[in-house]
Design a protein around this ligand. Sequence first.
Ligand code: ATP
Length: 585
Amino acid sequence: MVVLEDEDLHDPKGEVVETFSYNRYIPMGFDKGLADQSVLETLEQIGYDIGADDIHIAKVRLFEEAVQPIQTGATVRHPAFEEIKDLLVTTTARDGMVLGEIKSTDFIAPSLPQELDGLLHMQEQGVLRKQNGVPFIFDIRAMQQYPHIGVFGGSGSGKSFGLRVMLEELMKLKIPTLVFDPHFEMNFSAKSEGVEDAPGYADQYDVVQIGRDVGVDFSALSTRDVERLLSASGSLTESMVNVIQSIHKRRDSYQSFSDRVANLSEALEMGKQKVEGMLHDGGMSRDEISRFSTFKSLLDQYGSLPLSSIKGIQWRANRLHQAGLFQQNIRAIETSIHQGKLVVIQGAVWLLQVFSSYVIGSLYGQRRAYRDAKLQQEQGQFFPPFVVVTDEAHNFAPKGYDAPAKSVLKEIAQEGRKYGVFLIFATQRPTLLDETITAQLNSKFVFRTVRGTDIQTIKEETDLTYEEGKRLPYLRSGDVFVSSAIIGRTMAVRIRMAHSTSPHTLNPFDELQQMNAQGDEVVLEALYPHLPLSEMSLVKELTQLNRDAAKSWDVSTWKQELERLCRDELLVKQKTPFATLYDRA
Ligand SMILES: Nc1ncnc2c1ncn2[C@@H]1O[C@H](COP(=O)(O)OP(=O)(O)OP(=O)(O)O)[C@@H](O)[C@H]1O
């Protein structure tokens, strides 16, 4: 950022958007880019020796349009913080989300006020350092006017890391948040190395798993909900939809619904004639009579429905049941949201899709009912505003086809602002995300993106300049362009060091090494009491060794293992004329 000292224009400010360097040893073509022949001629006239000097030329975009040309030869300098603070910081660290550092602002550090200093740590190229630039503080309160956030970036771009930092800040602000976590990675229990004095989040979040801690209360579902749920388990044909509409009854429990489907399927397989015949013949137990009567009445009502579609429904419902979806309810989630906590919901992607539709629909409904009642001056049960966060958002609201949660998410994208319900949507593939939703994401965090189609989508959906767009494939992990209606222009930011890490982040190869080392320890512990051990005595000690090491190896496997431990220098081998002995290293 620079100040151009031109008094007539009140020292306009701007930012460098493109640079060009000319060095006499490398004659570059001047026909391209910023410096064409006329620029160079002008420079020479001003007094530069183009042949001898290194020349750096910058293209500057003014923050505000100048009403007349800037004085030629005006001095250009770095601004002090006070001069540009309104452009950089619009809220306080207490009220906003402290997400990172604005790039290339280290020159401001000396004039940075105390309350904006020492807020965060940065990690660059593996090295941890203290903040030395202007913090990037996202004004979440402004989401009331400009709702919803999109987080885009390819694999390894720092998108998940950035999402984690956002979640930490939401917890700091005690904003109730619902997080769908298909990667099982959003856990905040471990502290990042080097920032041990950072706040802990242990009592600010809960992790729940679908089927274990939370699920769907089947009896509260409408027929339309049942359709949506079952379609997530496997796509539905029109005839299957017809089956659901015909046989689902209000307040059906999972048991009553699935029994009806199973009975109807069995009855259709038997055929009406046989069922009626059985009832006529008599000589049946009371249970059997009741069973065949049920069959008959089901056939009377639904006998025209195709068996294959009923079987399809049966299979789909059973799949959800097997996943444990109907064994719990969402009370645990509602309680946490009421407490202002962040709730991480984990499960397989397909199950998350089904469940998200149900849980978001339910919570959004409660929030809306409360707000609407309040508008009409009625007493309603309080339900807090909340934020919905998901990675792989294109799975939840895909472009071009339906998904269980899509309609409620679209509704929130368009109407959520009124009710204080906001989305934070992260995806590697913005091109695959429903376009009405993309258009409603008023702030976009764009990490490294390589795929051409996605870069194109991002360019269309943000105010990224041509030059910024060109840089997208080369951004470092953790660097991000923030394009937000709240700020009004694009900012280059580096995301701060996260305070927490997920237990996942262990490199799988380190994990293997650790496992091997642990394995060695167990075997060595079992061997120590028997050392020095000869090959001969191995047979005698075999049972004891296997018991102590919890193995079931035979003599030759133990021999191989002893040889390997010697090679790894954890044991030594001594050869005597009488035997080979293995001993402590
Ligand atoms: N702001 C940052 N500061 C320090 N390191 C970072 C930062 N962002 C990312 N990294 C490093 O880069 C690695 C990759 O980041 P991350 O796992 O977030 O990528 P991703 O875009 O989410 O990829 P994927 O979508 O495949 O999960 C992280 O493990 C982390 O070590």
